[in-house]
Design a binder for this molecule. Structure first.
Ligand SMILES: [Mg+2]
Length: 254
C-alpha cells in the first residue's frame, strides 16, 4: 500500500473528490451487473459529499442512469458515459448531454462479436459499448481484431477502441473522461477547487494528463502510473481511505 496515498488528508473546503467507479471504488465482478456497493461506502460518500459542499463526483464509463441505480438513494454529481454526459450538482434536472448514443446498427455489429465466442459479454452503455472477456481472457486478441475490422468497415463513424482490463471499450471519438472533467470543473461547487482524481484503467489516463491544469492530484489504483501522485493497492484500500477521511470510522459502532 502506498503510504502517501492512504495518508492523504484532503482540505474539504478547497478540493473536489473525483472518483472512477469500477476497479477504483468497487471491486470488479465477472459481469458489470454483479458489482456490489458496500453500505459503508455509500455512507462514506454521502458524508464526503456533505463535507465537500457537494464537490464529490463519480467519473465513469457507465451512463448516469446506471450510476444512480448502483448508488441509490444517492444521486451524486457525475461524469457518465466516458464524458458523454455530466451532472454538476445532485439531482437529475441538470443532466447535460454532449453527444448522441452510439448508432444502433453499429452496436449490433459489435454485439455480433460477443456471439462469436463463449464468455464474451457485451455491455450496452448507451453512448458506448464494452466487450468484456474476463470470463475468457484467451479471446482478448480475437475481440480486439474483430472490433478493429468493424471500425474499418464503417469509416464514416469516428470510433475509439480502448483496451482495458479484460474489456474493450468502444466509444465515439470527440469526448472522454477528460473532456467531461473539464466541463464539470467549470460549474460550482467544483469551480475553483483542486480536484483529487482516482482511477484504475486506461480510460482514466486522459484525466491523469489534465489534472495538473487544475492544480489537482491524481492517483491510480492497482498499478503504478508514472508522472502522477501515487497509487492505492486496490479498491478495498480506496474504500478504507474514503471511510477514514469521511470520519465514519470514528463513529462506527464496534
Ligand atoms: Mg475503472
Amino acid at each position: 500500500m502506498n503510504i502517501a496515498a492512504t495518508c492523504l488528508v484532503p482540505d474539504f473546503q478547497a478540493c473536489a473528490l473525483l472518483l472512477d467507479v469500477d476497479g477504483t471504488i468497487l471491486d470488479l465482478a465477472p459481469t458489470p451487473q454483479e458489482v456490489r456497493v458496500p453500505s459503508s461506502l455509500r455512507h462514506a460518500m454521502n458524508r464526503l459529499s456533505e463535507r465537500t459542499g457537494g464537490a464529490l463526483a463519480l467519473v465513469s464509463g457507465r451512463p448516469l442512469s446506471d450510476l444512480d441505480r448502483l448508488f441509490a438513494p444517492l444521486q451524486l454529481p457525475a461524469v457518465g458515459g466516458h464524458g458523454a454526459e455530466f451532472r454538476p450538482i445532485s439531482g437529475s434536472s441538470l443532466d447535460i448531454r454532449r453527444t448522441v448514443p452510439l448508432d444502433a446498427t453499429l452496436k449490433r455489429k459489435f454485439a455480433a462479436i460477443a456471439e462469436s465466442g463463449t464468455g464474451i459479454l457485451i455491455e450496452d452503455k448507451g453512448y458506448s459499448v464494452a466487450l468484456h472477456y474476463r470470463l475468457a481472457p484467451e479471446l482478448g486478441d480475437v475481440v480486439n481484431e474483430a472490433a478493429a475490422r468493424v471500425c474499418l468497415e464503417n469509416p464514416s463513424v469516428s470510433i475509439e477502441l480502448l483496451r482495458g482490463k479484460s474489456v474493450l471499450e468502444i466509444k465515439q471519438a470527440g469526448f472522454s473522461k477528460a473532456t467531461g472533467v473539464r466541463e464539470l470543473m467549470r460549474y460550482p461547487p467544483f469551480r475553483d477547487r483542486h480536484p483529487i482524481f482516482l482511477g484504475d484503467d486506461v480510460t482514466d489516463e486522459s484525466v491523469f494528463e489534465i489534472i495538473g491544469d487544475f492544480h489537482g492530484l491524481a492517483y491510480s489504483v492497482g498499478r503504478m502510473v508514472s508522472g502522477i501522485d501515487g497509487y492505492f493497492e486496490n479498491p478495498e484500500a480506496v474504500r478504507g481511505w474514503l471511510v477514514r477521511i469521511s470520519g465514519d470510522d470514528e463513529t462506527a459502532a464496534p
